[in-house]
Design a protein. Structure first.
Lengths: 338, 288
């Protein structure tokens, strides 16, 4: 299958972003603050993009992405601390744990519709915090309310990553996020992607043509949870400590803002959204509590006036404007009449 | 033992009545406008804070309610008119409506925090003292909460079934296009429904304030609870929400009594999940 114009554009944009990202340390390698922000952006970009894969492309209304991120993070942290496996395997296992959880959550969800799916996935998010703090959680090793304080960092050979030199974790984040984004790119541009579009546009008709929505949707549940979990595990080893406070609503809402800013269902909008949102958030930091008030206003205005997000501004969808569609409609009528 | 059980049951029914009132508001919005309102919890908090502000002028309960109820109604109607209605012309507007109400919740809750600070605020109690009937002791406040919540719901049901406006709301819920064809102003009904639901949940905020206080982000818990109740009852079914609220209110009271209130949501989700496995559309819901 050859690359279509849309795919070429997406791939070129991704390539451009990553070229800039690879060169970034040349300019800011001495500045730990900026390096840390860049790594944070990359981490949230993957979570937002995996969320966009399931919500924006597959059209499944889920709110469990932060929960899968946290499951991956805690899974890897606990495994590396108790069994002593390498954090690199921890990332893989964290992702797999989250992926399995994603499949388990996906199973009941696929019997449900719309707001119910959102509720069940949000329920996973809501009950994760009391679970991590409970005595059951403490026995597994979640550390209860204070959380886990010392998580082994990633290492290459004898060299251990530390917060003094952020170049190695930065390039790890670049590579990990690039792999994740390529997986997502591959999925949305494969037959799966076509199946999703067909299911979104007319579920009954797509089913009658033999598109099995159950299989595709369940797999996308698993894959998006895997990606969120794997990057969650990387986050755990990068930051070095974890607590259930990460499940607070701030992060959840900020991720939502990223999707809205980047444009839902517009690859690689989530990445652009992540960088813009984190940058704006850092710039607005002096405003303290007003920051989130302003974010709320930004979301409202974006949804009202820029529903396709920044990506929609960069690449407007052709033939999608209401006027064009109206024209097509009348032309087709004209043709049937003559 | 039996006395204790009775107390728990009574407290379950009391809290259930307030939950019912708030869940009906949510079922109403979802059933009529098909919008999932994520800012619903923020209107709950709004009720509490508005009452707090007006109590600051040394007003009694009745004048405060006379000021808060219209304010909540206007806030709800404004939400529909200015931020939800413009979205309807888009293709994927349901998702956009969720996003925009999430944005509104983010805005409102953080605004409350900026204005009132993170500490909880309390409202004066409605009544104090206890009522003894035989050997059973009722707190007068609980009885008052129950009576107020039940009467508001009763009034609302009469309004829905007996008045022209109420029937217009039902007509739009059943068939939006059909209602529009026979000349029912759809947009006005949508705005009205948002206003009424804001009043219902905001009143809940005032009724529960003496028990749970008012805090900037307290609405999220209520949003999730109202959501679970409407999902259990069948999204959009008002009667279903009514039953579900009392069932879950009693579940909450018993779980709180036996295991502690942190396990409430676990128990609720368990009840919901079991019900959804048997009936994916909820107790009285229909797909569509």
């Amino acid at each position: 299958m050859g690359l279509t114009m849309k795919m070429k554009k997406e791939l070129l944009l991704l390539l451009a972003i990553y070229t800039v990202l690879c060169l970034m340390p040349l300019a800011v390698h001495g500045n730990l603050y900026l390096m840390n922000i860049l790594i944070t952006c990359l981490i949230w970009a993957v979570v937002a993009a995996s969320w966009d894969l399931i919500m924006g492309f597959a059209g499944i209304f889920t709110f469990g992405q932060v929960a899968f991120f946290v499951i991956g993070a805690f899974g890897s942290a606990i495994l590396t601390r108790t069994i002593g496996i390498s954090p690199w395997f921890g990332i893989l296992f964290g992702g797999m744990l989250a992926g399995v959880m994603g499949l388990l959550v996906g199973l009941p969800c696929l019997r449900l519709k719309g707001a119910y799916v959102a509720l069940v996935t949000f329920a996973v998010h809501m009950i994760l915090e009391p679970f991590l703090k409970s005595s059951v959680g403490r026995t597994i090793g979640t550390g209860g309310s204070p959380g886990i304080m010392s998580i082994p960092p990633l290492s290459l050979g004898q060299y251990e990553f530390s917060s003094m030199n952020l170049i190695p974790p930065y390039y790890t984040a670049v590579v990990l996020s690039m792999i994740s984004l390529l997986i997502i790119y591959k999925i949305i541009n494969s037959t799966w992607g076509l199946a999703f579009i067909a299911l979104r546009d007319s579920e009954v008709f797509a089913n009658s043509l033999g598109v099995d929505d159950f299989k595709y949707k369940l797999l996308v549940f698993g894959i998006s949870a895997f990606l969120a979990g794997a990057v969650g595990a990387f986050y755990a080893h990068y930051v070095g400590m974890l607590s259930s406070r990460i499940l607070g609503l701030d992060l959840f809402l900020i991720l939502m803002v990223m999707l809205v800013v980047g444009g839902m269902g517009r690859f690689p909008g989530a990445v652009i959204g992540s960088f813009i949102t984190i940058s704006v958030s850092e710039l607005l930091r002096p405003l303290e509590n007003y920051r989130l008030v302003i974010f709320g206003v930004i979301v409202i205005f974006l949804v009202l006036f820029l529903p396709q997000g920044v990506t929609g501004l960069l690449f407007p969808v052709k033939g999608k404007s209401p006027l064009t569609r109206l024209g097509e409609y009348f032309r087709s009528r004209w043709r049937t009449q003559h | 033992m039996l006395r204790e059980l009775l107390d728990v049951l009574i407290s379950g029914i009391t809290i259930g009545s307030v939950y019912a009132m708030m869940a009906i508001g949510m079922a109403l919005i979802y059933g009529v406008t098909k919008v999932f309102n994520f800012a619903y919890g923020s209107f709950y908090t709004m009720g509490g804070y508005l009452a707090f502000v007006f109590f600051g002028f040394n007003l009694g309960y009745l004048p405060v309610l006379a000021l808060v109820v219209p304010a909540l109604f206007l806030a709800g109607m404004g939400t529909e008119k200015f931020i939800v209605r413009p979205l309807r012309k888009h293709d994927n507007w349901e998702m956009a409506a969720v996003m925009i109400t999430l944005g509104l919740a983010l805005f409102l809750d953080n605004l409350y925090q900026v204005i009132f600070g993170s500490y909880v605020k309390s409202l004066p109690s409605l009544f104090t003292g206890n009522l003894n009937i035989g050997t059973v002791v009722f707190s007068v406040q609980d009885v008052a909460i129950f009576i107020v919540a039940i009467s508001i719901m009763f009034l609302f049901m009469i309004f829905l079934g007996r008045t022209r406006t109420g029937m217009a709301v039902e007509a739009v819920a059943q068939d939006t296009v059909g209602a529009e064809i026979v000349g029912i102003p759809k947009d006005m009904v949508f705005g009205f429904v948002f206003g009424v639901s804001a009043v219902l949940v905001g009143m809940g905020g005032i009724l529960l304030a003496p028990k749970y206080y008012v805090s900037p982000f307290g609405g999220w818990n209520i949003l999730v609870k109202a959501w679970v109740i409407t999902a259990l009852g069948g999204m959009g079914s008002i009667r279903g929400s009514l039953y579900a609220a009392f069932i879950l209110g009693i579940v909450e009271a018993f779980v709180g009594w036996q295991f502690g209130y942190t396990w409430t949501l676990f128990a609720w989700f368990a009840v919901l999940l079991i019900t959804l496995i048997i009936r994916p559309q909820g107790l009285l819901g229909t797909w569509g």
